[in-house]
Design a protein around this ligand. Structure first.
Ligand code: UDP
Length: 218
């Protein structure tokens, strides 16, 4: 089946906000289970899937620092607690070659705790891990349909873009993912697909390389 799909190994970034769904809980069990099911289904096609989970649904360091006066590093260390800092009781430490081995065996690998550094985000973690494990694409699952030419919250006429270049993202300051993450992808020729996780079937589509959301590339 592998011949019929576009990617062999992908990095799926699930934003914290998307995980929380419409529910009152920080992590919505229905959303989480449907992600798990869609991911499990595509791994049966032979596609290797690594996941980076965001934590913005629980705590976002930059905005906290901005509104509390807390310094950014401290705020980011708190933010990393939201992304499940290192916990030897529940997860093994990140060892690159071991992670790759898990993927080769068809297991889904979840990279927790971001990059482990303040001043970064889980998007940066996604770009970094993607490059490290030689995954071919970052699939950024969010709760919007993709990248718009303007902020759709301010302008109802904003248009959803099919594709755009890294250059356009940085020069037009489109809030897709943070600049460190986008330039890391650019330097390593890693395309980024931004898509809506809320639509059933979208995760599977994105992983299989079918057209969905916005494609960012060279
Ligand atoms: N964070 C960090 N370093 C990292 C990853 C995350 O300091 O490498 C902190 C940062 O404060 C961030 C928070 O963890 O705001 C939650 O992650 P993020 O905002 O990326 O979550 P998402 O937007 O994906 O929900």
């Amino acid at each position: 089946a592998r011949g019929s799909v576009k990617w062999q190994r992908v990095l799926l970034k699930v934003s914290g906000e998307a995980l929380s769904g419409d529910g009152e809980q920080n992590i919505d069990p229905k959303v989480t289970m449907s992600i798990a099911r869609e991911v499990a289904d595509v791994t049966r096609l032979g596609i290797e899937v690594a996941i980076v989970v965001g934590g913005g649904n629980i705590f976002r360091g930059a905005s906290w620092a901005g509104s509390s006066g807390l310094d950014r590093s401290s705020a980011d260390y708190i933010g990393m607690l939201a992304t499940h800092f290192r916990m030897s009781e529940v997860a093994e430490p990140y060892i690159r070659r071991r992670a790759i081995r898990h993927l080769e065996k068809g297991r889904v690998v979840i990279f927790a705790a971001g990059t482990g550094n303040p001043f970064f985000t889980t998007d940066t973690a996604a770009a970094l891990r993607c490059a490290e494990i030689n995954a071919e694409v970052v699939l950024k699952a969010t709760n919007v349909d993709g990248v718009y030419d303007e902020d759709p919250r301010n302008n109802p006429e904003a248009r959803l873009l099919d594709s755009l270049t890294y250059q356009e993202v940085t020069s037009r300051d489109l809030s897709v993912m943070d600049m460190t993450a986008i330039t890391l992808c650019q330097e390593n020729n890693i395309p980024v697909v931004v898509f809506n996780l809320g639509k059933p079937g979208n995760i599977a589509k994105a992983i299989k390389g079918e057209r969905v959301g916005t494609l960012i590339g060279g």
